[in-house]
Design a protein around this ligand. Structure first.
Ligand SMILES: CC(C)(COP(=O)(O)OP(=O)(O)OC[C@H]1O[C@@H](n2cnc3c(N)ncnc32)[C@H](O)[C@@H]1OP(=O)(O)O)[C@@H](O)C(=O)NCCC(=O)NCCS
Length: 347
């Protein structure tokens, strides 16, 4: 590396520096990054200006950007924030610049009372997972086939497959205590994740009783990812039927992956949530909701995509055990449902 480490400064980016973010993304991904607004300097500048995005960079003694990462949030009072857009320029890699940039972002989050930072770290290579572990973050799940096959990442092999990501959570402030209601099938793994990852709740028993009323959902299609998320606003007695028909419609339109998010603050989730396993959805992970105190459990159904265990990089023993659980659950649940043709191969 041309620049000595002591010459490096870390600072937050101003809105007028937004073209630096575009250049960094282009350096690592060419035109293939799966978030379209990251190529739009005006849009990034607007997000930086209103505080929806907070970018931190490492700069050399000539003022050139060496590494970048950003936090994004929908509202200023979000309980948790999302980290992404991590790039270290090739000549500066392996010097812990990404780890240090993210450390500055974590300090920022801590100072503002934000409870934690969640992120999706690519499993195409282990480097960003290692940086997250260095910071004290832990894996809370794996989203299989999350990244479109068209994305080319210059730090990873270039096989044209949909890559997976590890979900990470880094607690930055003391969480509030609240009950977490989990379907029986995934109770132990969620308890392990909530406890070991310093998520905010505590697994609790839901009072017995029938679940009345219909399921309410809000489905978001992400065209850049060719995937969709079925957000379950209210789990009802017809949860399995609603999710199956929504997923099948989305698969018929050619979507590659459908995720379903269950609210763990709702006692009904404990009663009817296992219907998603019968519907062919495997466990993906847990992450905190940005909007309320609760957590969300994400499940996944893949449309004919083969995931090879050996293609999913993992950087810790906890992550390996979690990935094994995720892959095993998808293998079992996808067999229970004809329309879900997801496959796991243990190569
Ligand atoms: C991922 C990326 C941001 C890491 O940046 P970085 O500044 O090199 O990361 P760090 O130096 O903080 O490295 C974190 C860990 O990975 C290791 N590492 C990083 N690059 C490495 C490489 N090419 N070979 C071997 N190890 C490497 C570091 O040694 C460190 O491990 P350690 O703590 O055990 O020493 C960078 O490789 C990159 O920009 N990749 C392309 C875009 C990308 O994949 N972004 C992340 C998407 S989630």
């Amino acid at each position: 590396m041309g620049t000595e480490l002591h010459d490096i400064t870390f600072r937050f980016l101003s809105p007028h520096e937004s073209p630096l973010v575009v250049d960094a993304i282009r350096e690592a991904y060419g035109d293939s990054y799966d978030v379209a607004w990251c190529y739009d300097a005006e849009e990034i500048g607007a997000r930086l200006g209103c505080g929806q995005m907070v970018s931190c960079g490492a700069f050399d003694s000539h003022g050139a950007l060496l590494a970048h990462a950003a936090l994004t949030r929908a509202h200023h009072d979000d309980h948790v924030v999302h980290a992404g857009q991590a790039v270290t320029l090739p000549a500066a890699r392996g010097e812990h610049l990404f780890t240090r940039v993210k450390h500055h972002l974590a300090d920022w989050a801590h100072g503002r009372g934000v409870l934690g930072i969640y992120s999706e770290a690519t499993a195409a290579h282990p480097y960003s997972q290692r940086a997250n572990l260095d910071l004290g973050a832990k894996e809370t799940g794996f989203l299989l086939a999350w990244i479109p096959a068209s994305v080319h990442n210059d730090a990873a092999r270039s096989a044209p497959v949909r890559d997976s990501v590890a979900l990470f959570y880094l607690a930055t402030n003391q969480p509030h205590d609240h009950p977490v209601y989990v379907p029986e099938r995934h109770r132990e793994i969620v308890r392990t994740i909530v406890d070991s990852c310093h998520l905010r709740g505590r697994v609790a028993d839901a009072a017995p009783g029938p679940v009345a009323g219909p399921t309410r959902t809000n489905t978001t299609i992400d065209p850049d990812h060719n995937s969709a998320i079925i957000g379950i606003r209210r789990p009802g007695h017809d949860l399995g039927d609603v999710v199956i028909s929504t997923r099948d419609r989305l698969f018929a339109r050619g979507l590659d992956v459908v995720y379903a998010d269950l609210p763990l603050r709702s006692p009904a989730t404990a009663h009817v949530g296992d219907a998603l396993a019968d519907a062919g959805f495997g466990f993906a992970g847990v992450f905190p909701s940005a909007h309320d105190e609760g957590e969300v459990m994400r499940l996944q159904s893949l449309n004919g995509i083969v995931v090879h265990a050996a293609d999913v990089s993992v950087a810790s023993d906890h992550g390996r055990a979690l990935l094994d659980y995720v892959l095993a659950d998808l293998a079992v649940t996808s067999r229970t449902c004809d329309t879900s043709r997801s496959t796991v191969a243990a190569r």
